[in-house]
Design a protein around this ligand. Structure first.
Ligand code: FE
Length: 348
């Protein structure tokens, strides 16, 4: 039986409603960027292009699990993840489609994107960078004792070091980069030294490590730069108090440079709106979006020559710093090897 609404069959009304919906171009975004300041970034894109963004927020593991469960029926067009180790994992699991875009290739240095796939396209792109830095209590350690990652394993620092879990992707990437610099054998000895120097069993996130230094439990700790910047720029007196109690070190300035990780993006393997997906990634490397990553979320732009005015980034780095140049794809690729080392040395 056909049901009518007024003189129109309901099925027909449903069809025209669908067509009206389809008239506005859209983009399905699965994002693991856990930063509220990104809202402005997304609405600017919609304003400029008319493309509506339907967003699914989840953590990285949740996004990867969801994509796998959805398979070819997945509506995801763009996937944003916040670490090279995770991007590499998703690439290997076949969740991305390599894309060719001159805009992205011109804007993003080659070491901050995936190696080209067989078709010449790139599976994923770094969109912003963050440094894995040290914070320390200058009354307990001197800058000269912690000016490189290698020195964190020196017996001099016994009982002084705080770090989150070794298996967290931020650390897997740092250790993957160390493996590129030192080779696996020396890296494993180094990891053993870190475990021997711990002030406490690894626990909490990066902000907890900064607080550990401020409270006196740790003398030196490892953190991503934006967590410190967030405390520095916070309006809460308790956050400012934490930030004011710690000194900052960008390690390895006189050797290979400080380890830099990325937050990045890719086009989903089964994207239903692949052109909009590429448009969105290209928008994210535009000067205004790149400036947003810096000023809004305390990350450094990947695109060269972008002017930004983030006082915390300026203060902590003195304006610029030497960055490590190992290909970020190699860093991701080392994570399985690194996890085995961590198991052997007992770095939970
Ligand atoms: Fe984070």
């Amino acid at each position: 039986m056909v049901r009518f609404f007024g003189k129109f069959p309901l099925a027909l009304l449903g069809l025209s409603w669908c067509m009206a919906q389809a008239a506005q171009p859209e983009l399905n975004l699965y994002s693991a960027r856990h930063y509220p300041t990104d809202e402005a970034l997304y609405s600017q894109f919609t304003q400029a292009t008319g493309i509506r963004i339907n967003r699914v927020d989840a953590d990285d593991a949740g996004i990867l699990a969801r994509l796998k469960a959805e398979g070819s029926a997945s509506p995801a067009d763009v996937i944003l993840l916040v670490d090279a180790a995770r991007l590499w994992r998703a690439e290997i699991d076949g969740l991305f489609q390599p894309v060719k875009s001159k805009v992205l290739e011109d804007a993003i240095p080659a070491n901050l994107r995936a190696k080209p796939a067989n078709n010449g396209g790139t599976p994923w792109f770094g969109l912003s960078t963050r440094a894995r830095i040290l914070v320390y209590d200058e009354r307990k350690v001197s800058a000269a004792d912690i000016d490189s990652y290698e020195k964190l394993a020196d017996p001099k620092l016994k009982g002084k070091l705080c770090m989150r879990s070794g298996s967290h992707p931020y650390n897997l990437s740092l250790f993957g980069a160390m493996t590129e610099h030192l080779g696996p054998a020396k890296t494993e000895v180094w990891l053993k030294g870190l475990v021997a120097n711990m002030a406490r069993s690894p626990k909490g996130g990066d902000t907890d490590q900064i607080k550990g230094v401020a409270s006196g439990e740790c003398a030196v700790a490892v953190t991503n730069s934006y967590y410190l910047a967030r405390l520095m720029r916070s309006s809460k007196p308790e956050d400012q108090a934490v930030a004011s109690k710690v000194k900052v070190m960008f390690p390895n300035q006189s050797s290979w440079g400080t380890h830099v990780n990325i937050a990045g993006g890719a086009v989903a393997r089964y994207a239903k709106n692949p052109e909009n997906a590429i448009k969105f990634l290209e928008y994210l490397v535009s000067p205004s979006a790149q400036r947003h990553f810096a000023d809004g979320n305390n990350e450094w732009p990947v695109a060269k020559g972008v002017q930004f005015a983030n006082p915390a980034l300026q203060a902590m780095s003195g304006g610029s710093f030497k960055r490590e140049l190992v290909p970020i794809s190699a860093v991701g690729m080392n994570q399985i090897k690194v996890q085995q080392m961590l198991d052997r040395v007992g770095f939970r």
